[in-house]
Write a new protein. Structure first.
Length: 408
């Protein structure tokens, strides 16, 4: 176990030995952000070079099979003095998945030498390599380099599985719909026609309809018109709104009895782990007035941003337009001083979520509100990831269908 990355890292932290970061070319780098490997000293004269994603012997709380990667523990060792919200933000900004808030204190105590062990350290036994005859070893190496072609049955089964998967997929957009504007621009064309009626005197088509092929000018129609050489250009349209005005807002309850509050919403939505409010408070975490949550998306260079609050008292008119989701406790008092006071009216304008423990019954009021019930298991934390993923799928579909102006 002494050669496990967890114990090598602990030795470096306690004795303040330098941790070396290496790039893909093997050269040393100043920080972990762009490194591919981490070099640690060992009991032997030869240092140990490990990929940053190497799993360690420290098991994640609430899981039976997930272990923290080496880069997550190195990042914690370098930033363990930060409060958890800052640690989470800094980690995501450099592409590192920080440790859970449940494990932060115990991991820090272990890495810094305050404790000798914790319950999350798993003694992993690796099977000893079996004796293999030399001839068999050579034959296996030769087979390794031989081309392998899947059988007809394998290809057939793969096709059937893909077809079943596609049946359950929801198509939000395709290569035609992405060309359509999210706004009706016919008014701009009308202004242009009033300013330059001569352009439409030769029987040119009037305002093209949205979503039709005529709404996209291509080929010769997109070339400069010589007849407009001396005509002043029309006034420039106002610049598009800033990204801040397109960041979706999420409101969570301020009540301490709610399962999701400002104390644990970031851990729940970003790390896919439910942590009871009381546990977070015992760690001394301070409640923030607003949380900016970054969510990475496949195929997008920039993360999706969300603002999370638990009060609407300081809402401006455009904040109500940005309101995308509300977590409710099923009580009407939660919606005092709202733009819409009736919950049934509120959930006509925003996506509603009601989070409860899986073994509890929902409140009677929820049956008449247009909200989605989210069941959280009382103790099985490995189920949280699937629950939160479904929540994000629902919110993504809602924003795409009803508030496309919030798509970043």
């Amino acid at each position: 176990m002494a050669t496990d990355p967890l114990f090598l890292l602990r030795d470096h932290v306690i004795h303040k030995r330098p941790i070396v970061f290496l790039g893909a070319d093997g050269k040393e780098l100043p920080t972990l952000a762009s490194a591919t490997d981490i070099k640690l000293a060992s009991d032997t004269d030869k240092p140990v070079i490990l990929p940053r994603a190497t799993p360690t012997a420290y098991k994640k709380s609430g899981s039976t099979e997930d272990y923290y990667a080496l880069d997550s523990l190195v990042f914690l060792a370098q930033n363990h003095t930060l409060v958890y919200s800052s640690l989470l933000k800094e980690g995501i900004s450099v592409g590192i998945s920080p440790v859970s808030i449940l494990d932060m204190r115990h991991l820090t105590d272990f890495l810094t030498g305050k404790v000798e062990t914790t319950d999350n350290i798993v003694q992993k036994k690796r099977p000893a390599p079996a004796d293999v005859p030399a001839s068999e070893s050579i034959a296996s190496k030769q087979r390794k380099h031989e081309p392998h072609y899947p059988s007809f049955e394998a290809v057939k089964n793969d096709t059937e599985v893909s077809a079943r998967i596609m049946e359950g997929e929801r198509i939000i957009s395709n290569h035609y719909s992405v060309l359509d504007s999210s706004k009706d621009l016919s008014g701009i064309l009308k202004v242009y026609r009033d300013l330059y009626p001569e352009d439409f005197a030769n029987g040119k088509s009037a305002t093209p309809q949205r979503g039709t092929p005529g709404s996209v000018r291509t080929g010769a129609a997109s070339r400069p018109n010589p007849s407009l050489a001396g005509v002043p250009a029309p006034k420039r349209l106002p610049p598009p709104s800033k990204r801040a005005h397109r960041i979706p807002l999420i409101v969570v309850p301020a009540a301490a009895t709610s399962l999701i509050t400002m104390y644990n919403v970031q851990e729940f939505l970003q790390n896919h782990t439910y942590v009871p409010n009381q546990q977070v408070r015992e760690l001394g975490t301070k409640k923030e007035s607003r949380i900016t949550l970054e969510r990475a998306r496949i195929g997008h260079p920039k993360p999706m941003l969300y603002h999370i609050v638990d009060s609407v008292e300081k809402f401006k008119p455009d904040d109500w337009d940005r309101l995308a989701a509300v977590f409710t406790v099923g009580a009407t008092w939660q919606f005092k001083k709202w733009k819409w006071e009736d919950p049934r009216e509120i959930f006509k304008h925003v996506k509603g979520f009601y989070v409860k423990l899986a073994d509890e019954k929902p409140k009677d009021s929820i049956a008449t509100w247009n909200v989605e019930t989210i069941d959280v298991d009382r103790s099985k934390r490995h189920k949280d990831k699937a629950v939160v993923s479904q929540l994000w799928d629902s919110l993504d579909s809602y924003i795409a269908a009803y508030k496309p102006n919030l798509m970043q």
